[in-house]
Design a protein around this ligand. Structure first.
Ligand SMILES: *[C@@H]1O[C@H](CO)[C@@H](O)[C@H](O)[C@H]1NC(C)=O
Length: 399
């Protein structure tokens, strides 16, 4: 039986290969005809716009991932604004830009070091007085106008505390064909970059649609009242002309002075549905700070998020150039004499994950190789001293 199957397999393989060679010849023929090759479109042009403030801790990851996007850089223009920093944000942006700038179609960056660290009304780095919203609104609108003037096909508003781990994201989102699409981003809790409901006062409303989308029990692109933090807009669509961050441009605007709410209501008024897509794991987002929080808390949140990433993904990468801006806590045993990790050698992925967690958390651990119940005696451990192998009533290899 097995022998026959193998022969059949070989025959169909040869047939397939024959077919493949034929198709290849047909394609070459077409290219020679000059037509199909000449009709291949160039990739859409994309402006990636990001505003950065006090993000020296997230930037090394953010920029490394941006650099690794699977999309031709000569079809991407960067639009970057940064001001009012109280950390090494500008230094990182400058070093990174001087290294990658020439690869992109164009770079429009204003990196200001002269303004004071804070706007006059700000009580702390996470405080958002009205003047801060005004400033952000102006900058976002400026980016949108610039992209329209450049006749860019798309603009992608991407916050610098977002980690895009799916390198295919641009091709995937563009292929959806929506005027506005956002990739669903995971955090280390229930927070994400979309709302499923909006109150009468235009603020966040949790509805029962939220969790199934967040936890990917329902998968696809969903029409929602709000997307933010990573939003791709197709500027070729006529309806996109009504999109704005400036409330005075929105007829009958009654919402608050807030960039993302204005944008969502402008979309609604223009008949542009907002879509959140969770058909892939696209990336991660930091949970925003509360008004009175310190930057220190953001550093801790970043550690939490990096641990969350490690649950099912490889660690957030950092390029060689930016590694100098990332530090890990010094390792200790947290006041204990010893911390041990016991792990089966045949579970290398779990070992790797734990080693990465220890690095993030600054834990010095002694690694012990577990005794392998499956490997210690050929055919598994028999009934010994009242213990037995667990295939009977548990997981293989457990004793
Ligand atoms: C605009 O908002 C209303 C009320 O929430 C909603 O029913 C409608 O679908 C929205 N339109 C678009 C284009 O999102």
């Amino acid at each position: 039986m097995a022998a026959t199957k193998r022969v059949e397999g070989t025959v169909s393989c040869i047939l397939m290969r024959g077919l493949y060679v034929m198709v290849l010849f047909m394609m070459i023929g077409n290219v020679r005809n000059g037509d199909s090759y000449q009709r291949v479109n160039k990739d859409c042009t994309v402006v990636i716009a990001f505003l950065v403030r006090n993000k020296a801790h997230t930037l090394p990851y953010f920029l490394t991932l941006l650099e690794r996007l699977d999309y031709p850089k000569n079809r991407i223009s960067l639009w970057i604004r940064s001001d009012h920093n109280e950390d090494r944000t500008l230094e990182i942006l400058k070093i990174w830009l001087s290294s990658v700038k020439s690869q992109y179609h164009s770079v429009n960056a204003e990196l200001l070091s002269s303004p004071p660290e804070r706007l006059p009304e700000e009580k702390g780095p996470a405080h958002w007085p009205s003047s801060r919203f005004t400033h952000i609104i102006q900058l976002r609108e400026e980016a949108l106008v610039a992209a329209r003037q450049m006749w860019a096909d798309y603009i992608w508003f991407l916050d610098s505390d977002v980690f895009i781990t799916n390198h295919e994201i641009l091709k995937l989102l563009i292929s959806k064909g929506h005027t506005v699409a956002a990739p669903m981003l995971k955090s280390d809790g229930m927070y994400s970059n979309f709302w499923c409901g909006m109150t009468e006062e235009y603020y966040y409303l949790r509805t029962e649609d939220y969790k199934p989308i967040l936890q990917r029990e329902r998968v696809g692109c969903f029409h929602v009242p709000m997307v933010h933090s990573s939003v791709l807009i197709d500027l070729r669509r006529a309806s996109s002309n009504g999109l704005t961050f400036v409330s005075s441009e929105v007829p009958d605007y009654k919402g608050p002075h807030d960039d993302i709410i204005t944008f969502a209501l402008a979309a609604n008024k223009s008949g542009v549905p907002l879509y959140i897509c969770n058909d892939h794991i696209y990336g991660f987002v930091m949970v925003p700070l509360e008004q009175s929080d310190s930057l220190q808390l953001d550093f801790m949140q970043l550690t939490n998020l990096k641990l969350e990433v490690l649950v099912e993904n490889s660690p957030l990468p950092v390029s060689e150039l930016l590694a100098q801006f990332v530090s890990h806590p010094e390792r200790d045993t947290m006041g204990f004499d010893n911390i041990y990790m016991i792990n089966l050698l045949r579970r290398p992925e779990r070992r790797k994950r734990m080693l990465n967690c220890f690095k993030e958390l600054g834990i010095h651990a002694t690694i012990l190789n577990a005794v392998d119940g499956l490997g210690s005696v050929s055919g598994g451990v028999g009934i010994t001293n009242g213990y037995h192998t667990v295939p009977v009533d548990g997981r293989p290899g457990e004793i």
